[in-house]
Ligand binder design. Structure first.
Ligand code: PLP
Length: 436
């Protein structure tokens, strides 16, 4: 399991030491610390297209895409131009601007279930707000989430939450009052029988079911065919709201996200990541009668100093308009993802490694487990030590993968078939070193 090449990371190392002295763990979001892959973080200098460049002068083909937002790659000229234009006018007013309505309309055009939209600053904020709204609207307190799904770090949602907690092995999180956590019922992903049982027991107390329509935060786990329709039917039957967290899948599985792909109609939807074009922006929206319970029309309070920020809105508009003008991007990034995923499985198999893969659209995960992987419990059977060794080998060869087994590998529009072939050649060399 030797690294093969020794990396020169002197500047990254120094910057990390300085950061760790003043910022907890040296990072502003835990997964960036690369702890689970036994590495120190790579400090980034800049990005261009499908590549990032570190402070030590090395470049990497980027399969992380800032954890999802950068479907068209780094420093896209249309984003840069839109931001240059916007900043000249000022950065924030705390008063409405026209772009906010344009962005809400573009979202509604692609997500007809989002009859009304409100803009916020992060996926966490959108999920937290949608949950409060669902509780306010239904007058009920309990919510249902699925084990291994991540919906940001609001108290009610940080229960069995996958993502960074799975990566760091944190089972539950101190600081969340037990009385609040008890209101969150958790069910295994893809388990219709368990969900039905929860509704039979608590149906009249459940405000909402929240789900990642394709799970991305326990590694990629697609929904089985009966799963999303069952959520839709049960919520409807019991008067609960169906909240679809499309922070990853929105504008990624296609312009219409997972709800168009799987033909489902949630009551509320959460968007983030791609809709901000790399700036802090997210949204929640849904049925008019539900959204009109929000202040100032209704009594459910929700607000934000920087909500609908003109720079974030300009970047978001540029990103969405570009995707709508060039929808062929979606088949290109899907093909790249298929080629990568199938290639990795074949090569790992040839090298005698027990792996399985899940892939849909531009999202994939190679699990170091025999599989199949259909929920959090099966994902957790992965050999994270092997993933870490794979990750380090790929990093040394110039490929930037998510520094955790339990995340997505994203292809982006700037990648060409040669890039994928090079990644597969590198993976083959790494697999040979992992072979027992
Ligand atoms: C990233 C993510 C969030 C949280 O978004 P932030 O902008 O990081 O707060 C919520 N839901 C899902 C599915 C995500 O992947």
């Amino acid at each position: 399991m030797a690294l093969g090449k020794r990396l020169n990371m002197e500047k990254s190392k120094k910057l990390f030491e300085e950061a760790a002295a003043i910022i907890p763990g040296g990072v502003n979001s835990p997964v960036r610390a690369c702890l689970s892959v036994g590495a120190a973080p790579v400090f980034v200098d800049h990005g261009r297209g499908a590549r990032i460049f570190d402070v030590d002068g090395r470049s990497y083909l980027d399969f992380v895409s800032s954890w999802g937002p950068l479907i068209c790659g780094h420093a896209a000229p249309w984003t840069t131009a839109a931001l240059e234009e916007a900043i000249k006018k000022g950065s924030s007013f705390g008063a409405p601007t026209e772009g906010e309505t344009r962005l809400a309309r573009l979202i509604n055009r692609n997500y007809p279930s989002m009859e009304m939209v409100r803009l916020v600053n992060s996926g966490t904020e959108a999920a937290m707000s949608a949950l409060r709204l669902a509780r306010g609207f239904t007058g009920r307190d309990r919510i249902v989430k699925f084990q291994g799904c991540y919906h940001g770090h609001a108290d009610s949602l940080l229960v069995a939450a996958g993502s960074g907690l799975a990566t760091l092995g944190i089972p539950g999180c101190p600081g969340i009052p037990a009385a609040l956590a008890e209101l969150t019922l958790t069910v295994p992903y893809n388990d219709v029988a368990a969900l039905t049982a929860v509704f039979e027991k608590h149906g009249s107390e459940i405000a909402a079911v929240i789900v990642e329509p394709v799970a991305g935060n326990m590694g990629v786990v697609p929904p089985q065919p009966d799963f999303l329709p069952a959520i839709e039917n049960l919520t409807r039957r019991y008067g609960a709201l169906f909240i679809c967290d499309e922070v990853i899948t929105g504008f990624r599985l296609g312009l219409g996200g997972a709800q168009a792909h799987f033909k489902i109609k949630p009551d509320l939807t959460i968007l983030g990541k791609i809709i901000g074009g790399g700036l802090p922006l997210a949204a929640f929206g849904g049925r008019r009668e539900v959204m009109e319970r929000l202040a100032p029309v209704g009594d459910v309070y929700q607000a934000g100093t920087l909500s609908g920020n003109p720079l974030a809105v300009a970047a978001g508009l540029a990103a969405i308009e570009h995707l709508m003008a060039e929808p062929s991007i979606y088949s290109r990034i899907r093909q790249a993802s298929e080629r990568l995923s199938a290639g990795l499985l074949a090569l790992a198999g040839e090298n005698g490694l027990a792996v399985c893969g899940n892939q849909i659209g531009s999202m994939s995960t190679l699990f170091f487990a025999a599989g199949p992987i259909s929920d959090y419990a099966s994902a957790l059977k992965s050999d994270v030590g092997l993933y870490a060794a794979f990750w380090r080998g790929m990093l040394a060869r110039g490929f930037w993968l998510a520094p955790s087994q339990f995340e997505c590998c994203f292809t982006s529009a700037g990648m060409i078939p040669d890039d994928i072939d090079n990644a597969l050649d590198a993976a083959d060399a790494v697999f040979k070193g992992l072979k027992k």
